[in-house]
Design a protein around this ligand. Structure first.
Ligand code: NAP
Length: 448
């Protein structure tokens, strides 16, 4: 028998498990999918915005993998806890595949970044996604004006959630406290700001288009900023994805904006210099105007502009965090690897693998994880003969218990699902997420 642990039950972890069982190279294979949360699905549950119901329904595909007879879900297991480091896991598994994602946000490194009212978009996403580690409701939704720094898909998500009325979110699984807070939101102006031009924005066209279809927010563009980008004026030479973005923006720029209660300002060629304010809260962001340098980057112009805001969401990308006991490339935020095999001092480390964002960095959409996971699973299976030659010295559940970890297995997760459905019924809504550790663990232990 080949016994494999996959660490992380987000898309990369579940696609790795799927790829291992589908390739049917090893007749007797057991895959344990571990997660530090008692709930599976990683960023599909805790990152995909609640109003993206179609993407969220991917959970059904991931569920089918986790319910496969050769696959076992073990949640509430914290790797890195004393007694549960990579070397300990290898006592119970022939191979361990780390699919732990990129758990933190990148920093801007500018003055004022930590002032009250300046928060990372990842914290905001965790809050409206009911992540049990979310910082709480300390978001300045009394603000009239919000600045979102960055123009990637996470920036689009947080700008869209701010631009929606609470009524538009009531039918989703957003936690009740977040829905209440958003229904009291006074945010009327949302400024989403890129340091480069519109043709270089990282958002994808489908996500961009949604901003133009919000029932209660209009998109506003600045002709002077758009025209600074030579590829906006003539997008013919752009890669398809960027050209489509530009076509959407050109379409919007050609017609007068609609008149809706909230305004979503898409701004370009502004690089953040400092977040302004005091311990009482932020008051705005000071930007330096930039211009294209002709090589895909920008240079500063020495001209500055302040955008007034009482809420600043920094959305400049994720960054991987080290797993204690694994090698780590701090600059890239990834684990060094060759075709998914973890490299220690440049050589493959027997039985240790990576897939997903901790392997390739925080880029791509959910589907990008499929080929990435397949490559890693292929490496595990190619190594299978050597891996099974090593005798295991412990039962994996015993290793976890010895480290003080009490796994929540599939029936426990089904208990959480039942409790969330019951909470939704109580509130007159669809299934509503439980936002705290106690609530999740109680539901897991008592079956809802
Ligand atoms: P991202 O796509 O890497 O975008 C980061 C943004 O931050 C870029 O606009 C970047 O500008 C900007 N930025 C970085 N450093 C900056 C700085 N110092 N000052 C100002 N701006 C800065 O990251 P993300 O939005 O966090 O998304 C992460 C991944 O998740 C992406 O692959 C994304 O597509 C995916 N995702 C997908 C969906 C979806 O499919 N619906 C939803 C959410 C996330 P530059 O380009 O100039 O560096």
């Amino acid at each position: 028998m080949l016994r494999v642990a996959v660490i992380g039950s987000g898309p990369s972890g579940v696609y790795t498990a799927q790829s291992l069982i589908q390739q049917q190279v090893v007749p007797d294979l057991e895959v344990h999918v571990l997660d530090r949360l008692p709930c599976p699905y990683g960023l599909v549950r805790y990152g995909v915005a609640p109003d993206h119901e179609k993407i969220k329904s991917l959970q059904n595909n991931l569920r089918a993998v986790l319910e496969h007879p050769a696959v076992h879900f073990l949640g509430n297991v914290r790797i890195g806890a004393p007694g549960l480091e990579p070397a300990d896991l290898l006592r119970g598994y022939h191979a361990v595949v780390y699919c732990v994602g990129a758990a933190t946000d990148r920093r801007l490194g500018i003055p004022g970044e930590e002032l009250p009212g300046s928060v990372s978009a990842t914290d905001f996403v965790s809050w409206y996604s009911a992540h049990p580690d979310a910082a709480g409701s300390g978001f300045a939704l009394g603000a009239r004006s919000a600045v979102v720094i960055g123009v990637g898909n996470v920036a689009v998500d947080v700008a869209r959630i701010l631009g929606r009325g609470a009524d538009e979110l009531r039918g989703t699984d957003i936690p009740h406290a977040a829905l209440d807070a958003l229904s009291g939101s006074r945010v009327a102006d949302i400024h989403m700001v890129g340091r480069r031009g519109p043709s270089q924005a990282k958002f994808t066209t489908k996500e961009l288009r949604e901003l133009g279809a919000l029932p209660s927010a209009s998109v506003l563009l600045r002709a002077d900023e758009l025209s600074m980008d030579p590829d906006f004026t003539d997008p013919a030479g752009l890669p398809t994805a960027n050209r489509r973005n530009v076509e959407v923006l050109r379409g919007w720029a050609a017609v007068p904006p609609s008149d809706r209660p909230r305004r979503l300002h898409l701004r370009f060629f502004l690089r953040p210099v400092s977040v302004l304010g005091s311990e009482q809260g932020v008051t705005g962001v000071r930007f330096e105007r930039t211009r294209p340098d002709g090589r895909g980057g920008v240079v500063g112009t020495g001209r500055f502009e302040v955008v007034e805001a009482q809420l600043v969401l920094r959305s400049v990308g994720y960054h991987g965090v080290p797993v204690p006991g694994l090698p780590f490339d701090a600059e890239r935020g990834t684990v060094p690897h060759a075709a998914g095999r973890v490299l220690r001092d440049g050589a493959p480390s027997p039985g240790e693998y990576v897939a997903g964002w901790i392997k390739r960095g925080p880029t791509g959409v959910i589907g990008t994880n499929r080929p990435c996971a397949k490559e890693t699973a292929g490496s595990v299976l190619a190594d299978a003969a050597a891996l099974v030659g090593r005798a295991l010295s412990a039962d994996p559940r015993e290793v976890m218990r010895a480290a003080g970890q009490e796994p929540v297995e599939w029936p426990g997760w089904r208990g959480i699902e039942a409790a969330e459905a019951a909470l939704g019924r109580e509130l007159g809504r669809n299934s509503v997420k439980i936002p705290d550790w106690d609530g999740l663990l109680t539901a897991a232990r008592t079956g809802g």
